[in-house]
Ligand binder design. Structure first.
Ligand code: FES
Length: 633
């Protein structure tokens, strides 16, 4: 009997039924394999390389992306891009997944600096001793409860819909002792038997494009009890915000699929948080959500469609509060799922959260908060005036469009040093594993070191006349620099940084510095007048500040003025979960922060062109970096 057509993945040996019209990447997902796919399957990152060992007749011919991204040797070996090669026959197919295409353990940044706030949560509990109902005291249960509560809580309080059904049993079960849970001291969202006032839990969630982090907080004390994180489960639908907006708008059920997967991911995290403290999701009374505007909209089931085209207006700026069932979050059924407000289409609740965590809004001196990602949010100013912008810095710092680029996972080169005399290279990798590729902080270091050692010039051109063995013309005739030889690397292949990679980094850093520069000009600021640069987010935390200044990505301040505030979006979300004052402040700030649409600025193009140079065409903008360059070998 003929066996059903299937695809077998090697070396894992996993088999899945093959289906016409599905890509090898889809089928690898079905097989539970993680193949790198930074561009989300659009065919532009070339990270999903696989080798079709047999059954090529049942796979569609090469696409134009594959012809562009795979070289002659790779094509001759049967290499394909898993997101492009689609099953089109019923033969058996054997596919090899090279080590470099397998996703390793990703380093996810969870921690962030958190400023102290006094716990004044929206959720509070009040234990009550009620007089029992008797023939002489015929008050209804709701009147009885509200009258006793009025002695402890001022102002009008109402009982939320659905809670009445639990009231009679809850107040009688423990001899007329009961605990009410209040939201903003005006709405009773729960009545429980006995005194449970020592159990008040909330969760803060930062939905990043790449990762989701959830924090369990004791709302009485404000203590952080536990943290859990995972890669954003929407990644298979598109690795960047634009790819996901496209998915949500082009597919009939796209938005609901994206909402469901992220909600399921959050539910998984909530379950793990609860297990850590021996409680259940029913004990979670409030969840506070932050994320960029697109992640925010998708989570709340709001179309992100209009964020993708000018004028990029968000559907919602104000903070939201909905029932958990509305967003499919598994927690106490009458609890609250709230969000911080957004500022603009590409400056979202996560940027508001960063701002709260940095404290920039109350500084007298001028500061600048930079949160680098596929989109980089920048907020500059002080307590008197704050302005913001978003820069399309792209996914190069996440490894996309970089020949040996990868995320900050096991084996990623994260620091690079080049000896000024011998040009020998010293590397540091994630988990100290043999190098497999290079992540964002490593690429920035590599470009800075190459520039410092005159191996590239200010326009980014590799100096192939250099005498060392590492600088040369690569297989495609383009200059490259060898970071790790085949014997040093963990893949048996050389790891190089190419002319094209350097250009990608110049584009990304120029996008960021254009934003920095336009905000500085609006505030009439010189770099020396910036008292503090707050570097937020994973990339900002791991990138070497001196290298970031050397290539002209950060303003030219002394490195001591750069504060690393880690996952500030998570910190700000926790601060707002435990303090209504902070939450109200976030609402105020989202209205107060001015937004600058960079693309509409008349000097945008010239700013960008100047920022393409290393560190900048106008060296008077980088006096510190320029003087260090004068002293180089
Ligand atoms: S090229 Fe296939 S996932 Fe990016």
């Amino acid at each position: 009997m003929m066996s059903e057509p299937h695809v077998q993945f090697q070396p894992q040996g996993r088999k899945v039924p093959s289906k016409n019209g599905r890509t090898l990447l889809d089928l690898a997902n079905d097989a539970g394999l993680s193949i790198e796919s930074i561009c989300g399957g659009v065919g532009v990152c070339a990270k999903c390389k696989v080798i079709v060992r047999s059954g090529i007749g049942s796979v569609t011919p090469l696409t134009s992306s594959e012809k562009e991204w795979l070289d002659a040797l790779e094509l001759a070996s049967g290499m394909r891009l898993a997101c492009q090669a689609t099953v089109c026959g019923d033969g058996q197919i054997v596919v090899e997944v090279p080590q470099a295409s397998q996703r390793g353990h990703h380093r996810l940044l969870e921690a962030g600096t958190e400023r102290k706030v006094r716990p004044e949560p929206a959720i509070t509990k009040v234990a009550l001793k009620l007089p029992p109902a008797t023939l002489k005291d015929l008050r209804a249960d709701d009147d009885r409860l509200l009258e006793i509560l009025a002695r402890k809580v001022k102002g009008s309080v109402r009982i939320a819909q659905g809670v009445h059904a639990h009231l009679p049993s809850a107040i009688r079960k423990n001899d007329w002792t009961a605990t009410v849970t209040l939201f903003r001291r005006s709405e009773i969202i729960r009545v429980e038997p006995g005194d449970t006032s020592d159990q008040v839990f909330g969760v803060a969630v930062d939905i990043g494009t790449t990762k989701v982090v959830a924090y369990l907080v004791d709302l009485r004390t404000g203590a952080l009890l536990h943290t859990e994180s995972m890669p954003n489960p929407q990644i298979p639908f598109g690795e960047d915000v634009i790819a996901r907006i496209t998915y949500a708008t082009k597919n009939e059920d796209g938005l609901s699929k994206l909402q469901t997967v992220v909600a399921s991911g959050i539910n998984e995290l909530i379950l793990k948080l609860c297990e850590s403290r021996d409680i259940t999701p029913d004990d979670i009374l409030e969840t506070m959500i932050v994320g960029n505007t697109a992640m925010h909209h998708v989570f709340f089931g709001i179309t992100p469609q209009h964020l993708a085209a000018a004028p990029y207006a968000p559907a919602v700026r104000t903070s939201l509060c909905v029932d958990p069932s509305h967003v499919k979050v598994n927690m106490y059924q009458f609890g609250k799922v709230c969000s911080l407000p957004n500022i603009a289409g590409f400056v979202g609740a996560d940027a508001v959260s960063d701002l709260i965590a940095s404290g920039l809004y109350e500084d007298r001196k001028i500061g600048m908060m930079i949160d680098i990602g596929t989109n980089t949010e920048i907020i500059a100013g002080n307590k008197n005036r704050l302005i913001s912008c978003s820069c399309a810095s792209g996914p190069a710092f996440e490894g996309a469009h970089i020949r040996f680029g990868m995320r900050a996972a096991t084996g990623a080169i994260e620091r690079v040093w080049i000896d000024p005399e011998s040009h020998e290279v010293r590397l540091r990798t994630v988990d100290d594993s043999p190098p497999k590729g290079i992540c964002g902080s490593g690429i920035v270091d590599a470009v800075a070191e190459l520039f410092k050692n005159r191996l590239i010039d200010a326009s980014g051109k590799i100096n192939v006349s250099s005498k060392d063995d590492r600088t040369r013309k690569g297989k495609r005739g383009l200059p490259e620099f060898v970071l790790a030889t085949a014997s040093e690397s963990g893949t048996g292949e050389e790891i190089t940084i190419t002319q094209h990679d350097i250009q990608e980094i110049q584009l990304a850093k120029a996008a960021i510095f254009t934003g920095v520069s336009i905000l500085m000009k609006k505030l009439r600021l010189r770099a020396s007048e910036i008292d503090r640069v707050y570097a937020a987010g994973a990339f900002g935390t791991y990138v070497d500040a001196a290298s970031a200044i050397a290539i002209g990505m950060y303003p030219d301040v002394s490195v001591e003025r750069i504060s690393f505030i880690g996952n500030a979006a998570g910190s700000g979300a926790r601060m707002c979960l435990k303090s209504t004052k902070m939450r109200d402040l976030a609402d105020e700030l989202s209205k107060k922060v001015e937004y600058v649409e960079l693309a509409a600025e008349k000097n945008f193009q010239s700013e960008f062109a100047q920022a393409m140079f290393l560190p900048h065409r106008d060296l008077s903008r980088f006096p510190g970096a320029a003087s260090r360059l004068r002293g180089r070998p």
